[in-house]
Each structure stands twice: as structure tokens, then as C-alpha cells.
Ligand binder design. Structure first.
Ligand code: ADP
Length: 172
């Protein structure tokens, strides 16, 4: 028997969690890279049902993720509560996280250690986006877009369209 015949477990489902408020081209880059390693990726929108200060509802964020990534290997979902409990519920053993230049390391390190403490059987995998995305964050892009700045380089087209209609609704 060759090694290839052993352990014919199903390839692991990977979860890419985040706030995705909204999805940026940096997130899209990470999802595409994850698909080179994992056969399926669930993009999971984290929300707090009691106090969510997000700009877009979880449903809007899911819709923008699905419109930005037209690939049947990618699903989008929303969850509240502990990420590791959600991962357990859907049978995922891998968490995907993205790293940007410098800023993410400390926080991601702490989160990974805490998640490992809570569920030692779930592994976190880090990916780095292309360098053109090193400084893209949802927060910054959102702020600039709301003041009418040009953020077309940083956001998928469907997200830009949503910003435009939101601004039209807010400015009489
Ligand atoms: P943001 O920090 O932009 O609000 P999220 O909280 O939704 O984004 O982030 C989800 C994950 O994606 C985190 O691991 C975050 O570090 C990663 N990420 C976000 N933007 C980028 C980017 N431009 N390049 C690489 N990783 C990113």
C-alpha cells in the first residue's frame, strides 16, 4: 500500500473569518490564494447581534462577498459567538487569516494562541496578499469612500456600486 492510499480523509474545509465590512481587493486576493491550497473555502462574516457598529448588514456583506468571488468552491456565511465553535459546527479544521505589513502580527499572534487554547485540533494558516494590498483595510477605505475619495483601486466593482448608492441615499 502506498502512502497515498492511507488516510483518505476528506480534504479539510477552510474558514476565512473577518468582518468584511466591506470585502476589499485585499480579502479577494487572500481568498484566491487560499483556493490554491484548500479545495473549499467558507468566508465567514463575524457579527455581534447586540451591538454591531458595522456599516453593512451581515446579509449585505455576504452578498458582496459572493458577487466579488464568482467561484463555486467559495461559500459565504455569517456567525456570532466564538469562531472556534462556529468552525466546529461546520466541520472546519483550518482557519485562514491574512497578514499585512507589520500591523497584523501582534493581534493575529494573540488570537491564534487563544484559539489554539480553546480548540487544539483547529489549525490557523496565514497567507500574505500581493504587495499592492499591504496597506488596504476596510476601515480606511470606508472612511475615504464616505467622504467621496476615489477608492476604486481597493474595492471590487460591486462594493463600489453599493457605496455609490448609499451615498446617494444619504445626501439629499
Ligand atoms: P479589516 O482588518 O480590513 O477590517 P477583516 O477584519 O475583515 O478586515 O479581516 C479579516 C482577515 O483578513 C484578517 O486576518 C486580516 O488581517 C486579513 N486582511 C484584511 N485585509 C487584508 C489585506 N489587505 N491583505 C492581507 N490580509 C488582509
Amino acid at each position: 500500500m502506498s502512502r497515498a492510499d492511507e488516510g483518505t480523509e476528506q480534504a479539510p474545509l477552510a474558514v476565512y473569518p473577518g468582518s468584511f465590512d466591506p470585502i476589499t481587493n485585499g480579502h479577494v486576493d487572500i481568498i484566491r490564494r487560499a483556493l490554491r491550497v484548500f479545495p473549499r473555502v467558507t468566508v465567514a462574516v463575524a457579527f455581534n447581534p447586540n451591538k454591531d457598529s458595522a456599516m453593512f448588514t451581515p446579509e449585505e456583506r455576504i452578498a458582496m462577498i459572493l458577487e466579488s468571488i464568482d467561484d463555486e468552491r467559495v461559500e459565504a456565511d455569517a456567525f456570532s459567538g466564538l469562531l472556534v465553535d462556529y468552525a466546529d459546527r461546520i466541520g472546519a479544521r483550518v482557519l485562514i487569516r491574512g497578514l499585512r505589513a507589520v500591523q497584523d502580527f501582534e493581534y493575529e499572534f494573540q488570537m491564534t494562541m487563544m484559539n489554539r487554547h480553546l480548540k487544539p485540533n483547529i489549525e490557523t494558516v496565514f497567507l500574505m496578499a500581493g504587495e499592492q494590498h499591504f496597506y488596504t483595510s476596510s476601515r480606511l477605505v470606508k472612511e475615504v469612500a464616505l467622504f467621496g475619495g476615489d477608492v476604486s483601486k481597493f474595492l471590487p466593482k460591486c462594493v463600489l456600486e453599493r457605496f455609490a448608492s448609499r451615498l446617494r441615499a444619504e445626501v439629499p
